[in-house]
Design a protein around this ligand. Structure first.
Ligand code: SF4
Length: 336
């Protein structure tokens, strides 16, 4: 049994004070943290339960939306403003987990969920992310779900979120507060690659708390899709996922953004690959060239070599769906 202290602050300033100590973890929906505690992966000295904080609203702001960190994934996905103006985010969220989990999982918690690398959850194995300096059992081990892009000799884990892949193509901004004040972190900079310090998943500083996520004033509602490929049709993490948004004018692509999930330690984007599509008419050859550019440097680890070809085909398919305005359904989950 893990013994830990427990605080339940009622305002953000109190939560930051409570959280600014060694060994503290913030608790929101608990859909990841509680699992990790049961597996003895996380052993917090103190839990700061933030569920009383006033971070549960979705507000119109500067032409876009500000989504509170404690808004549940369900409430965000089905908010009419999100569904209408940011359907890529609704679709990505609904591709994740199960309805029951989405009912408790929060936006802030989803951002900060940890890898599902099998060895990370197994205390009997070496894992640099769980215990720095012990090694990486996934390299040369069972690595079907691990990374093909941005990995290091210390860690080949992937970030498991679908929601974050949707946020990545929207150029969302994560607002945080902490002992040194408030700051805003662009989604592209929020998560990090493992390098030689895989224990750190993101750029949060000690004691910092996510308060909200801003969606810019954009409209990609006409051309978008979230395509998720996995080992079973629901309640499974992505082997490869692709979020695509486009603007098309006069039959040519005026703007395009593509992010990959399930392939790296963070949602994977390449501005130079996206730029290849600008001014092009939607076509198989244009999408294939972009897929090759987006996957430049991709490297398999043995059991996950198949992901490179799978990702290439998924990018082309997702781009076709987005360009045609026929987004992937997350209701029956069959590939359109
Ligand atoms: Fe641990 Fe990362 Fe290696 Fe998985 S890939 S065993 S999380 S160090």
């Amino acid at each position: 049994m893990i013994r830990f202290g427990y605080d339940r602050p009622s305002d953000v300033a109190e939560a930051v004070r409570d959280g600014n100590r060694q060994g503290v973890r913030f608790l929101a929906g608990g859909s990841n943290l509680v699992d990790l505690m049961k597996e003895n992966v996380e052993r917090p000295v103190r839990i700061v339960d933030i569920n009383r904080l006033p971070l549960k609203s979705i507000e119109d702001r500067d032409g876009g939306l500000r989504i509170g960190a404690l808004v549940t994934n369900t409430d965000c996905a089905w908010d009419p403003r999100v569904e209408t103006r940011y359907p890529i985010l609704s679709s990505a969220i609904l591709a994740g987990a199960s309805a029951q989990l989405r009912n408790v999982a929060t936006m802030g918690g989803n951002l900060n969920q940890r890898t599902r690398c099998l060895y990370f959850y197994d205390n009997s194995t070496a894992c640099n992310k769980r215990e720095p300096g012990t090694g990486c059992s996934a390299i040369g081990g069972v690595n079907r779900i691990n990374a093909i892009l941005g990995a290091s000799a210390a860690c080949i884990a992937t970030h498991p979120s679908d929601m974050c892949v949707g946020l990545a193509v929207l150029d969302a901004v994560v607002n945080v507060t902490g002992p040194l004040g408030d700051r805003a972190i662009p989604m592209a900079d929020y998560h990090r690659l493992p390098g030689d310090d895989p224990a750190r998943d993101n750029m949060l500083k000690p004691g910092e708390l996510v308060t909200s996520i801003d969606l810019p004033d954009e409209d990609f509602s006409g051309h978008h899709t979230y395509l998720k490929l996995r080992d079973r049709l629901s309640y499974a993490f992505a082997l490869v996922s692709v979020a695509v948004v486009m603007r098309i004018a006069d039959g040519r692509i005026a703007d395009a953004r593509i992010a990959l999930g399930g392939v790296a330690h963070k949602p994977w984007r390449s501005r130079s690959a996206e730029t290849l599509l600008i001014g092009e008419a939607p076509s198989q050859s244009a999408f294939l060239a972009t897929a090759h550019a987006l996957l430049d440097g991709a490297e398999g680890q043995g059991s996950n070599d198949f992901k490179i070809g799978l990702a290439r085909r998924a990018i082309v398919r997702a781009c076709k769906q987005a360009a045609a305005g026929t987004p992937q359904s997350q209701v029956d989950k069959r590939i359109a």
